[in-house]
Design a protein around this ligand. Structure first.
Ligand SMILES: Cc1ncc(COP(=O)(O)O)c(C=O)c1O
Length: 387
């Protein structure tokens, strides 16, 4: 039965039934009082998930749009930016800055590794570092399953005047990112990840320093203009038609997240991450991300040698209704990825692991049935509380 699918990719994630239902409500006038109340309530709850008192802006767009919005509002052509890149999405952030005329200096780290805060600190202490206007970094690199040490990175940037711009699209809500405490200047997130709503909204939390920079930044923008957006938001409106149905969904999803509480959301994602990691290791597979920086929203697994990755994922999808992510770019035939963020629970992991075991056995990879499942069960039983 195709309806009963386990969608285990790192976004879009499954959407809770009450969120799906919320989107079926009739349209309202986006210039009326009902809409104004909805927007106010959403912004209150958004600040909780960003752990911030800063302004948070919502754009009807995918996460890439959110990244483009912070680049174009905070920088001018010719500005030097330092881009810490540890995979596909770090490269994308750098490319966006380049596209709009920034002079991008890449500090690239081997895929599977996190960014080295010590190297960043050293770079920022050199005499020519005064020119660096912003540091770009990915909180959680979805392509490799690596989470950066944002505390260390923020610490390295703190004594320098550069703005710290963070792609937290696949990390926010799944892993602790205290935006204000770390002094992050711009933090971008996306609706189809741990927010548990469909794709189509992106969010940017902006520090007072970022808002100040946006007043003089000269990169071209219209749709993304923070000034225009904030002026409308002061009247509980948006400068153009908002994605009303997605905002209904957001309101309901944030209600669920507030009820779960952020600490419990982080704890749940931690357990799901551990269950997945232990299960894959029990099946004799290596994790792609280095130990100590493994993401709790997505696990990248090195495929056993000789395994036809495309056939493996096809078998899982077509026979067992379990959908996994593939490797991106140069990792296409090296890894597969299991998403465990958002509306995801322990038995989604156990079911996925069971299906992986069966698919591996069918493809002739020696892996004892039940071994991964058992490892996941043991991990879950350690917690001893419902998630
Ligand atoms: C870390 C990260 N950055 C950026 C993006 C791009 O987001 P979108 O596909 O919503 O534009 C993604 C999407 O997977 C992501 O995981």
């Amino acid at each position: 039965m195709k309806e009963k699918q386990l969608l285990m990719i790192p976004g879009p994630t499954p959407v809770p039934p009450s969120v799906l239902k919320s989107m079926a409500a009739p349209m309202i006038n986006h210039r009326g009082t009902e809409y104004a109340g909805l927007q106010r309530e959403i912004l209150r709850k958004l600040k909780l998930v960003f752990q911030t008192d800063n302004e948070v802006i919502i754009f009807p767009a995918s996460g890439t749009g959110g990244l483009e919005s912070v680049v174009t509002n905070l920088l001018s052509p010719g500005d030097r930016v330092l881009s810490l890149t540890i995979g596909v999405f770090g490269d994308r952030f750098a490319r966006i800055a380049e596209t709009f005329g920034a002079e991008v200096e890449r500090m690239a780290f081997e895929w599977g590794q996190p960014a080295d805060a010590g190297m960043l600190e050293e770079r920022l202490s050199r005499p020519d570092a005064d020119r660096i206007k912003a540091v770009l970094v990915t909180h959680n690199e979805t392509s490799t399953g690596v989470v950066n040490d944002m505390e260390a990175i923020a610490g390295a940037v703190r004594s320098h005047s550069a703005l710290l711009l963070v792609d937290a699209i696949s990390g926010l809500i799944a892993m602790d990112l205290p935006v204000d405490r770390l002094g992050l200047d711009a933090v971008v997130a996306g609706s189809q990840k741990a927010f548990m709503i469909p794709p189509g909204l992106t969010f940017a939390a902006l520090s007072p320093r970022a808002l100040e920079a946006s007043k003089t930044a000269r990169m071209p923008r219209y749709y993304w203009d923070f000034g225009m957006m904030l002026k409308s938001m002061a009247k509980d409106q948006t400068p153009y038609t908002p994605a009303v149905s997605l905002l209904y969904a957001l309101d309901e999803a944030l209600r669920l997240i507030e009820a779960e509480t952020m600490p419990r959301s982080f704890a749940r994602h931690q357990v799901l991450g551990e269950m997945t990691r232990r299960a894959m290791e029990a099946l004799g597979m290596d994790l792609f991300a280095r130990e100590g920086c493994r993401s709790n929203s997505v696990t990248a697994v090195r495929a056993p040698s000789g395994l036809d990755m495309k056939a493996f994922r096809k078998l899982l999808r077509e026979r067992y209704n379990v959908v996994l992510g593939g490797g991106q770019q140069k990792l296409e035939s090296e890894i597969f990825r299991i998403g465990h963020l958002g509306f995801s629970g322990p038995f989604d992991i156990i079911g996925t692991v069971a299906a992986i075991e069966m698919a591996l056995a069918e493809m002739g990879v020696p892996a004892a049935l039940g071994q991964g499942v058992q490892a996941a069960q043991k991990e879950l039983m350690k917690v001893g509380a419902s998630l």
